[in-house]
Design a protein around this ligand. Structure first.
Ligand code: HEC
Length: 162
């Protein structure tokens, strides 16, 4: 009787461990805390009339963490742990100037060649405005399918300006 009891406890523990190890929070892209202190790669304003205006209209700034910056500077493959942020803000036109408006989305690419092997080793996510609400339902269809054109550049469009 006692042995059976111990066996049951062991089985429960193993099941719990397996559950925790496969917890989905491990396979989703993390919110890029502190990215405003990372290195600024470039900025672009997408105006009305541009084919990507509907999805990405406004001002965006691109930031790279230290690991991603190495690859940007050396033109080598991005190592696991690389994170790139696409910080998209409204573009406000006034007094002949284009100013930053409110934040529309924080787009993220996080490199982990094992977790995200179906999307070139990159996990894609978008966080709504200033919140941590996730907006990407299908990273292949909504993000990777377009980044696929940059296969020779490890699926990254932007280049680091010295
Ligand atoms: C229709 C094409 C297209 C789609 C769809 C797309 N992107 Fe991009 N993405 C681009 C382009 C073009 C750039 C480069 C912008 C620049 O150079 O300023 C870019 C840049 C980025 C960057 C900076 C790294 C890089 O590649 O330069 C991140 C991060 C990013 N996108 C995330 C996302 C996420 C997350 C999604 C899905 C919600 C997404 N993208 C969907 C075209 C796309």
């Amino acid at each position: 009787m006692k042995k059976q009891y111990i066996f049951a406890v062991v089985v429960i523990c193993l099941t719990l461990t397996a559950f925790l190890l496969t917890d989905s929070s491990d396979t989703i892209v993390k919110y890029p805390t502190g990215y405003r202190n990372w290195t600024h790669v470039k900025t672009l304003v997408l105006e009305k009339g541009h084919p990507l205006y509907e999805a990405f209209g406004g001002i965006h700034h691109i930031y790279a963490n230290k690991i991603a910056l190495e690859a940007y500077k050396s033109n080598k493959k991005f190592k696991d742990g690389s994170v790139i942020v696409f910080d998209l803000l409204e573009a406000v036109n006034s007094d002949n100037a284009i100013a930053e408006g409110s934040r529309k989305v924080v787009g993220v690419m996080e490199k982990d060649s094992k977790k995200f092997k179906d999307t070139g080793g990159w996990g894609f996510e978008g966080f709504n405005g200033d919140t941590k609400e996730r907006i990407v339902k299908n990273m292949y269809g909504e993000c990777f399918s377009c980044h696929l054109s940059q296969k020779n550049n490890d699926y990254v469009f932007s280049q680091y300006r010295k």
